[in-house]
Design a protein around this ligand. Structure first.
Ligand SMILES: Nc1ncnc2c1ncn2[C@@H]1O[C@H](COP(=O)(O)OP(=O)(O)O)[C@@H](O)[C@H]1O
Ligand SMILES: [Mg+2]
Length: 232
């Protein structure tokens, strides 16, 4: 996770991308888990915000034990102000939970209001992490990623097909989003140990990260993990 933090901060020009969309190809690859984990790691030193833009499968309110009030759905539909929908979690992380949308999420996320919400959060935070649905199920993540400084693509070790990741990356780049990194999640323990030993590292490893120049599409093939892939 700390390596991922370094990757985010060193990506591209060396300037920290403030607004980062996190996505995957299929549900269950660990997007929401990574977003909250990363927010927790970043929070002590930075002003961090999490936007739960996965209006189709909201989990944060329940997982983080937040009060179920308004969220992004209500804000986008004009039923709540941004300020009243924001809540705080952990070490001062600002969270905008998904809330409840009554309209189609794809329609809501296509409106300019999304950009206004993200820009307002960017103005008051060092990092804004956007939890998005997988691109295999909807175009929501592409709509969001093009409004962000960069997108991080997750793939689940041994589960996400190389072609799926390639399709996800091309869908993102086609709309003008900048893919700044790939993260290999749920790496099996046996492989984790071998990788750690090879690098002389110790401790448990849950996730491997590739920097942008390391071809994220190469990630799902575990046996041929990019030489520079590292632990999060
Ligand atoms: N790195 C990980 N290692 C082990 N289990 C994980 C990891 N990331 C997520 N999970 C588990 O996988 C399930 C799906 O994760 P989630 O973050 O909700 O995925 P997504 O948001 O991509 O649908 C959850 O039960 C979560 O606890
Ligand atoms: Mg999720």
């Amino acid at each position: 996770m700390r390596r991922l933090r370094a990757t985010l901060f060193l990506a591209g020009t060396g300037e920290a991308p403030a607004l980062v969309a996190v996505t995957a190809s299929e549900p269950g690859e660990g997007v929401s888990t990574l977003v909250t984990g990363l927010a927790g790691v970043l929070a002590p030193g930075s002003r961090v915000a999490v936007v739960e833009a996965d209006l189709r499968d909201p989990v944060l309110a329940r997982r983080l034990g937040l009060d179920e009030t308004a969220g992004l759905g209500e804000v986008l539909e004009g039923r709540a102000d941004l300020a009243e929908a924001l809540t705080t979690w952990g070490d001062g992380v600002t969270v905008l939970p998904a809330g409840t949308a009554t309209r189609d999420p794809g329609d809501l996320l296509a409106t300019a209001r999304v950009g206004e919400v993200l820009d307002r959060l960017r103005a008051t935070h060092d990092v804004v992490l956007v939890d998005t649905p997988p691109l295999g199920s909807s175009v929501d993540a592409a709509l969001l990623a093009r409004r962000c400084d960069g997108a991080v693509v997750l793939c689940r070790a041994g589960a996400t097909a190389r072609e799926e990741v390639a399709a996800t990356v091309s869908e993102l780049t086609a709309v003008g989003a900048r893919v700044i990194g790939g993260v290999l999640t749920m790496v099996p323990a046996r492989r984790r140990r071998r990788r750690s030993a090879a690098r002389g590292a110790t401790g448990s490893v849950r996730t491997a990260v590739a920097a942008p120049e390391e071809e994220p599409v190469g990630l799902p093939d575990e046996e041929a993990a990019p030489a520079g892939a590292h632990r999060a």
